[in-house]
Design a protein around this ligand. Structure first.
Ligand code: FDA
Length: 576
């Protein structure tokens, strides 16, 4: 009999690896998390934490920890386009659902609101909870290579404290080792697209900028400065890390040239230039270079090896999809591995990971890159093309504010160009509506057509392959309970109504037959009353119908009214 040191070895403690280890530990799976350095991310990097990721953290019982550390939406959304922080404003984009017209849409879509949670704060939350729930954290441990056979994976690791190598045998390996993933490379995962499209530098710094920003609170201040076209989008970015004294500045460099060394003096010069204050007291805390990529794996797994996060999708920060997509990869994969490790599902279930997540990866890589390109119309409206100097920027703005027919035309163009940026800063559909087609979903062929732009607007539906919509119910103590709170926590759920007694019986039988801890929720019962009537409006089934919901909150199967077939559906879905 094969001996395993652990059931799952996770390589990397970024958003993908940290959440994979936490999820697996929460589901009771023996997990080792091996990561190269002595602690988590040391620079803020990804930060926008969207509603869907907050729902994952809520399911894990750590939403409150994230909220305690994050910056709330009211301090996030006034995205500013300007010539410097002290200079003229070109325009603003009310972002992340904070505009009056989108705030209700975001609020109605989820029990969670989005926050700004830099990686330096998110990663320790994930790792600490993973360790507290039983995952073994191996810091200073570098993954070298792996070999897999029919029964498991043997990984060779380097203990960077002692300097010696050791091996670890696991049933499964998750490569969450970032954009230069050795695991993905060794697994031979096919990567499409383009790497190294443009060069960017991150400069982190501390400086009190409250007088320039507190009256227009935002995460992002885009600054049109000469030189910003080089490797950039034509604007530098001053990004809030903590309001209003900790910052990350992004500036481009020419990727055709050797990577530049950025001294603290040069970094301070760039900071002062974008702020527009040559005497600003500033402390540079780090500088680093990164490249803009447009690449994605078309297959996320090979045998017993699965990759997640930047290992399989690499894209610019536009839309704030980096760590969100990584966490959501892990959320898709972890419950499947847990069920297979426990013997509750056949290995065929694992095929659905790649089938479901690879299309999402391609979609978000394409979206982020398109959003990056969609700054172009702003420059066109101002009559600015390519590199330019401060005078040309000032002339462009003057033409755009002139009380002339030409000025009016330019203003119209600028307005349309700013409107287009909703696809980056208010892409609610992109953030919330990832749809799955795989062997872990049984479609019923009923999918109402989208009545609004599916990238901009969330569309709640119970069509199999979609996420269970959120509506408020009322729980036994009279408090509101989200539909999302009635499912998840690693378990499958049957949702039915008061007259769905046959489904309750079928669920009890299917659970017993399959040895499955199948939860049954009766909407309308004291535990989940549809007091507002929203469930009846949105459920897509009759009261005596049934929704079968996966542990990740996705609808796997739907039966519109009374009927049969639950056990057979579960057998197919679980590859039993
Ligand atoms: P991530 O790269 O976060 O983590 C990989 C992990 O694997 C790390 O813990 C690493 O130490 C470990 N590892 C790697 N090789 C290993 C090995 N051989 N053995 C053991 N451990 C190994 N996104 C965004 O939305 N907004 C932003 O502003 C930015 N900014 C930004 C700046 C810079 C400089 C970078 C590099 C990236 C960004 N990103 C970003 C992207 C964002 O950080 C990224 O999408 C997520 O961190 C991806 O999370 P992962 O967990 O997949 O990889």
């Amino acid at each position: 009999m094969t001996r395993y040191d652990t059931d799952v070895l996770v390589v990397g403690s970024g958003p993908a690896g940290g959440s994979a280890a936490l999820l697996l530990a929460t589901y009771g799976v023996r997990t080792v998390l091996a990561t190269r350095y002595g602690w988590m991310a040391h620079t803020p990097r990804a930060h926008i934490t969207n509603q869907r990721t907050m729902e994952v953290l809520r399911d894990l019982g750590i939403e409150d920890q994230a909220l305690a550390q994050g910056t709330p939406p009211e301090l996030m959304g006034d995205t500013v386009l300007c010539t410097s922080l002290v200079g003229e404003e070109i325009g603003r984009i009310a972002s992340w659902g904070t505009a009056d017209r989108s705030a209700t849409e975001y609020a109605a879509a989820s029990p969670c609101h989005l926050i700004d949670l830099p990686q330096t704060y998110l990663e320790p939350i994930l790792a600490a909870n993973a360790a507290a729930r039983g995952a073994k954290l191996r810091l200073d441990t570098e993954f070298l290579d792996f070999a897999q056979d029919d029964d498991g994976v043997t990984a060779r690791l380097l203990d960077r404290v002692r300097g010696d190598e050791f091996t670890l045998r696991a049933r499964y390996l998750i490569g969450a080792d970032g954009a230069r993933s050795r695991v993905a490379e060794q697994a031979g995962l096919p990567i499409d697209g383009q790497s190294g499209k443009a060069g960017s530098m991150n400069i982190t710094f501390t400086a009190d900028l409250s007088e320039h920003v507190a009256h227009r609170p935002s995460v992002l201040y885009w600054v049109m400065r000469p030189g910003a076209h080089l490797g950039g989008i034509g604007m530098g970015l001053v990004r809030m890390v903590r309001p209003w004294n900790e910052w990350l500045l992004t500036w481009g460099y020419d990727i055709a040239q050797p990577p530049p060394g950025v001294s603290a003096e040069e970094a301070a010069r760039i900071v002062r230039d974008l702020v527009g204050d040559p005497d600003l007291p500033v402390e540079i805390t780090s500088t680093s270079l990164w490249t803009v990529n447009h690449s994605y794996a078309t297959q996320y797994s090979s045998g017993r090896v699965f990759c997640a996060g930047d290992a399989v999708h690499r894209h610019p920060p536009s839309n704030g999809l980096g760590s969100n997509t990584s966490v959501q990869d892990a959320y898709n994969l972890a419950w499947k591995l847990a069920m297979v490790v426990r013997g509750e599902a056949g290995e065929g279930l694992l095929d659905s990971y790649s089938a479901e997540r690879a299309p999402v990866g391609k979609q978000i890589v394409d979206r982020a890159n398109l959003s990056r390109d969609q700054f172009g119309p702003i420059f066109a409206a101002l009559g600015i093309d390519g590199d330019t100097d401060s005078d040309a920027i000032a002339a462009g703005l003057a033409a755009c504010t002139a009380a002339t027919e030409d000025g009016a035309l330019r203003r119209k163009r600028l307005q349309a160009a700013i409107e287009l940026k909703n696809y980056e800063f208010n892409a609610h559909g992109v953030e919330m509506d990832q749809r799955y087609v795989s062997n872990a979903v049984l479609p019923d062929g009923v999918e109402p057509a989208a009545d609004r732009d599916p990238e901009l607007y969330h569309r709640p539906t119970t069509t199999p392959g979609a996420k269970l919509p959120h509506v408020w119910l009322v729980g036994p103590d009279g408090r509101r309970v989200s539909t999302l709170d009635t499912v998840g926590r690693g378990r499958w759920t049957v949702l039915t109504g008061l007259t769905g007694g046959a489904w309750r019986e079928a669920a009890a039988k299917a659970g017993a037959d399959l040895g499955l801890d199948l939860r049954v929720v009766t909407i309308g019962s004291p535990e989940a009353r549809d007091s507002y009537g929203d469930w009846a409006r949105i459920s897509g089934i009759e009261e005596n119908g049934c929704l079968l919901v996966r542990p990740d909150g996705y609808i796997a199967w739907r039966h519109a009214a009374a009927g049969t077939g639950l056990l057979e559906a579960l057998r197919r879905l679980l590859a039993r």
